[in-house]
Ligand binder design. Structure first.
Ligand code: IMP
Ligand code: MG
Length: 194
């Protein structure tokens, strides 16, 4: 039923910001930086659901494809939802599902889909930081640097996105559009009819 899904999305999409190839290249570059920094060290990726579902999976495999990387790599996921209006988080984050493995003494890399005001990532760094990981860093695929409310460290940054609401490659509008393989803007009518 893929064809029907695409037709439903078609009229809603205003334009493509980054295609699947550009996204894949950005992830390969991030993987290269991560491999350099975690050479022969154990590493745990903690993906933030639901948005970072695809970037976490693709990043983990891109890291595996590069020689001399981490000595071992484990993947965990946690699930949060941010309160706020439909298109901006308020930083009031609710932990819907925690990671399953202990991270004490582990090298942890948080993998997020996008950072905007920074409050979600700040919450996550505080949450995981309390658990005494050996190291804690963050990786975001998409960066909207225009409306930061907090200066939260992001050691690995993929692609800069304009100050607009975007969907696709894991990012949703009202739970839809996550499975678009590219990053897109929506038609303004989508927000008003929502
Ligand atoms: P922040 O707390 O403002 O940094 O936003 C982080 C979270 O808000 C992300 O994990 C996304 O779930 C969501 N978000 C921010 N910008 C967008 C967007 O343009 N499209 C979809 N979700 C977004
Ligand atoms: Mg989201």
């Amino acid at each position: 039923m893929i064809a029907r899904i695409s037709e439903t999305y078609e009229g809603a999409i205003a334009g493509e910001l980054f295609g699947a190839r550009e996204i894949a290249r950005a992830i390969e570059r991030l993987a290269g930086e991560i491999v350099r920094d975690y050479r022969r060290m154990p590493l745990t990726l903690v993906g933030v659901l639901k948005g970072a579902l695809f970037v976490t999976a693709d990043l983990a495999r891109a890291i595996a494809a590069i020689p001399d990387g981490p000595s071992e790599l484990s993947i965990d996921y946690l699930c949060v939802s941010s309160y706020g209006n439909a298109s901006r988080s308020s930083g009031e984050v609710r932990l819907l599902k925690d990671a399953t493995e202990p991270i004490a003494a582990r090298n942890v890399l948080i993998v997020e889909d996008i950072i905007d005001n920074g409050l979600t990532l700040e919450y996550l760094r505080a949450l995981l930081g309390e658990r005494n990981p050996a190291s804690l860093r963050s990786c975001v695929l998409f960066d909207k640097p225009f409306r930061r409310l907090v200066q939260v460290p992001v050691e690995y940054v993929g692609l800069q996105v304009p100050d607009e609401f975007v969907v696709g490659y894991g990012l949703d509008y009202q739970e839809l559009f996550r499975n678009l393989p590219y990053l897109a803007q929506l038609q303004p009518e989508v927000f008003t009819n929502g």
